[in-house]
Write a new protein. Structure first.
Length: 313
């Protein structure tokens, strides 16, 4: 395949928009159904919140470690089986195909907080003379969800060209619907086996499938929205990316967004030792057991960190 002349297919067609709305609306309805069901029951079987957490971590690390740090930024290298399973785990999050997700995120880095940024919360405040509460609120909504419905074409950028020729990515993306379905089937089966009833299967479907997807969708989007509006900026960058401990905890380390924008290829986003970057710890675990390598090579040197920090002061 000649990737130099490869034309990226359009995204956000009418069918795409319907799919996006469905994957955001149904998990929300699942959340409401879970609340109603648990209130009616009066008690919570803690197996199901535990199931939610387990499924959240699988899809979460699939997104943060593999979709983001491995496929998009090539922050480390991994065994083929790890690459495959990581891509499948990320697909279970329901955030689209690897090539689309990574190409969009790469485009965000190339044009962060400009008119060409696909999901900047500063969309309505690029002209600093027009900053207002209304514009910032509209921008937050745009970054959180609205940008997905704008019908922007998928950019034929270096990320798309590289990933579209990756056999693992081609295989995972070709069967993305299967992986999303598995993200619901597995907790449903586990719920049934735990409670030996269809109610258990329903609770497994809701907690491990719908609620997990709803929370994960919004936490991921908060990195795009919240972490470009509020938080600390320990490094000087060309955009408005920030670090947020709260978002970092929820998003498994992704909330250290300012550090990531300054050192985008680093597998470590929580640059300072006191930062808890769970995704980086997961990568180091893979390295420890021999499933990943070239991790430390892309971490910024103390001299680079000090220099970029000094520029921000």
């Amino acid at each position: 395949m000649n990737t130099d002349t490869l034309q990226a297919p359009p995204v956000h067609t009418t069918a795409d928009k319907a799919t996006i709305i469905t994957f955001w609306l149904l998990p929300f309805l699942g959340l409401i159904g879970t609340i109603i069901l648990q209130v009616h029951e009066g008690t919570i079987d803690w197996f199901y919140p535990g199931l939610f957490l387990g499924c959240y971590l699988v899809a979460g690390f699939g997104t943060t470690v593999f979709y983001h740090r491995f496929f998009t930024h090539e922050s480390f290298k991994a065994q083929l089986i790890v690459e495959l399973l990581g891509g499948i785990a990320g697909s279970m999050a329901g955030q689209g195909k690897i090539v689309v997700w990574c190409s969009t995120h790469g485009h965000h880095h190339q044009h962060s907080d400009t008119h060409d940024d696909p999901h900047s919360p500063w969309k309505y405040c690029i002209d600093r003379r027009k900053i207002s509460f209304v514009n910032l609120w509209l921008g937050f909504w745009h970054a959180q969800f609205g940008w997905m419905l704008k019908g922007l074409p998928l950019r034929n950028n270096v990320f798309y060209r590289r990933l579209s020729s990756n056999p693992t990515v081609q295989f995972v993306d070709r069967h993305v619907a299967l992986w999303i379905a598995l993200g619901f089937v597995i907790p449903t089966v586990l719920g049934f086996l735990h409670d030996q009833s269809w109610k258990g299967a329903l609770l497994g479907f809701l907690w491990g499938g719908a609620v997990r997807m709803f929370i994960h969708q919004h936490v991921t989007s908060l990195v795009n929205s919240y972490c470009h509006l509020w938080g600390t900026r320990p490094f000087k960058s060309k955009d408005y990316s920030t670090d947020s401990w709260l978002i970092a905890l929820l998003a498994l380390g992704e909330g250290f967004h300012n550090g990531h924008h300054v050192f985008p290829n680093s597998p470590l986003h929580g640059i300072y030792y006191r930062y808890l970057d769970l995704s980086y710890l997961f990568i180091r675990l893979l390295e420890l057991v021999g499933l990943a390598w070239d991790v430390k090579e892309k971490i910024p040197s103390p001299q680079s960190v000090f220099r970029r920090q000094s520029e921000a002061e």
